[in-house]
Design a protein around this ligand. Sequence first.
Ligand SMILES: *Cc1c(COP(=O)(O)O)cnc(C)c1O
Length: 392
Amino acid sequence: MTTAALMNNYGDRTLTLVKGRGARVWDDAGNAYLDGISGIAVCGLGHCHPAITEAIATQADTLVHTSNLYNIPAQEKLAEKLVQLAGMDNAFFCNSGTEANEAAIKLARKWGNEQGKTCPTIVVMEHSFHGRTMGALSATGNSKVQAGFAPLVEGFVRVPYDDPAAVAALAHNDQIVAVLVEPIQGEGGVHVPAPDYLNQLRQLCDARGWLLMLDEIQTGNGRTGKFFAYQHNGILPDVVTTAKGLGNGFPIGACLARGAAAKVLQAGNHGTTFGGNPLACTVALAVLDTLEREGCITLAANRGAELLQRLSTAVADLPQVVDIRGKGLMVGVELNAPCGELVGLARARGLLLNVTAGNTLRLLPTLNINDEDFTELCEGVIELVKNFSPAA
Ligand SMILES: *Cc1c(COP(=O)(O)O)cnc(C)c1O
């Protein structure tokens, strides 16, 4: 039983993990599990990667936190590295995904206010997930996540995902300042849009003078086989947010901006006490360095293609399988009935998986998963899906 001293917002948790190495974790009874979810797309380099452990330990013994009253060399270096990887101009650092999106939302609002718009409005998508703080929650397209938290923040207009025409149809709305969208919807059920969806949104935003703001909190940091998922499309957003995989488990988020968007936030406009501290930035620098040095992004691209291929060959034709989709190591298997029970069945056979949107098995393994673990993951998922018989 989880202690009553914790708020019940996570419910009762029944598994206690105490140790991790690579794609494996161990519980308090010594049982090993293959981690197919990587702390929800966070530990892309695997648990306790030696380079990350070393960066944490060394920096913890040097300087942890100073506040943003002072120069932070690691923050500057991380900004330079990230904007170079992303093709962006500058960065703001915070501690989580939702905070990165708050920065993007505030940036878009200020940009709109500067143009004399009285109700700067951001276009957001159905089934999106952007986080749990009030702004990000209001942008989120999930009534379950929003339930009970009215009044929500205004200034959002919602359209269906993967439907550029629905965005184009908002052209009459002169209060619109930006489009905020996930390149692949994660929490919403691993929805991969048409290959040219982002290109179409880029064109629409260019034609209307709107900012294209991409939430790459789950898709970023190599997860889909490129550093950012928009790099599959050969476009650049005006704003991109990242978090999850950036610290491999150490909390850090970032909002990157380009062009006019990069000039919006000025001294005093936005800030955070912890964000971008020496420890967080040193760890993120080690993550970027390791992703590159170990070729993890190429690994994710190749493994991801192999995972889709293997799953498709083995289970795509089964009646209980609706769809198998994904990009890189962000893969969903949609079943024809709610499949929450698979989480427990997988766990019983030593595999950690997640179910999202009720009926979609979600796989987010470590980017550098080894051959043996990868085979075990594929075989485990195939067997679970084969044995899944939806209630009639
Ligand atoms: C996880 C996630 C968030 C929220 O990140 P937190 O770090 O939990 O605040 C926002 N957007 C997307 C797409 C996510 O996957």
